[in-house]
Design a protein around this ligand. Sequence first.
Ligand code: TV7
Ligand code: CA
Ligand code: ZN
Length: 393
Amino acid sequence: EYRITKPQGYNVSFHYNPAMEKHHFGQTHPMKPWRLTLTKSLVNAYGMNYAMDNYHPRAATFDELTTFHTKDYIDFLATVAPQPTPLDVDNPNPDLKFNLGGSDCPLFEGLYNYCSMSGGASLDAARKICNKQSDIAIAWGGGLHHAKKTEASGFCYVNDIVIAILQLLRVHARVLYIDIDVHHGDGVEEAFLSTDRVMTVSFHKYDPQVFFPGTGALEDNGPKNELNPGAHHAINVPLNDGITDEQYEWLFQTIISQVVAKFRPEAIALQCGADSLAGDRLGKFNLLVEGHGACVEYCKKLGIPMIMFGGGGYTPRNVARAWAYETAIAIGQHKNIPSEIPEHTSWRDRFRQTTLLPSIEEILGEPRTNKNTPKKLQDIVQHVSEQLRFVEQ
Ligand code: TV7
Ligand code: CA
Ligand code: ZN
């Protein structure tokens, strides 16, 4: 049996509510809460639980949820009756409010509990960062970056990230938000548009007429009015299909190093959406678990207190691999654990794959065509550098 011992003087906490997995968005819906259980079982199979502080956080209260969301919206979320998902996926129920009840954001049994548990875990993580009990706090059940102040969007009902960042801002002067989900982190960007205490950076596939949510162009850098303190504090990195580890890591490190030098964050909120991996059911990139994890490792090495959130990820076995590997990065053990998945999990029988770090052929068969030219990536870096010149030291 594997057992990893606690590192000295460095605390990683894991905030996980096992009741989240019992919730179902519907038979064919891509969001599968059981991927969280799969992640936890892989983390435990490697004995990583012994190297962290493990918390079963309580659900967030109404008052905690309304630090960001409106009372009207949360009231409705708490009282609305579950309804079966409409048969016609592109024809949401017109009677319902707040963008609820369509196929993306269905009303399922226990919805309010699911949302308040996700929010509760992320808020618990933020509190452990604020009181310095944790250097890194992990909340894989969070990362629901599309939820708006008074509206559900893109599988997200409660924006646990915004709620957690508001908590971080009680103690920390500046918080850097980084989002490596394949979708644009629009809800978090929008929530902090008018402050210079939060800088948001999202890497995402951008194809406005085709790919959700359609926002996040390179030129979108926050309010255009220079008198607004939030001007220049939104960074967007729009990408095309098939981006590789090498390109993504180069962009990530080049951009984040400049952002950190300029913005000097006191805390980092990192959304680790795993739909940017190769072989994702919704995503279009070619990232391997190693490339995705390299972004997490880069952030850890900055030595700034950090929350790691989950997010998207629609091929559950690869989501669990990425988040287990990134848990290993947080505890500094990723180079020590074997890629061969430990014997005693049901993993082998379920997936007939045995490695934590599969090759692209194992994940995909045929990799996607890479439509990101070196020139395009250079232009992105150029634009971001120019934007950062407007940010005051
Ligand atoms: C953070 N893409 C969330 C990402 C949210 C993406 C969308 C679906 C989808 C929904 C389903 C379903 C689906 C195969 C995929 C304009 C539409 C087109 C619904 C079919 N299959 C995150 C949200 C995105 C629901 N939405 O960033 C039930 O794909 O593109 C859209 C909107 C209208 C609704 N239709 C899609 O990763 C957690 N939805 C099957 C069943
Ligand atoms: Ca993103
Ligand atoms: Zn996503």
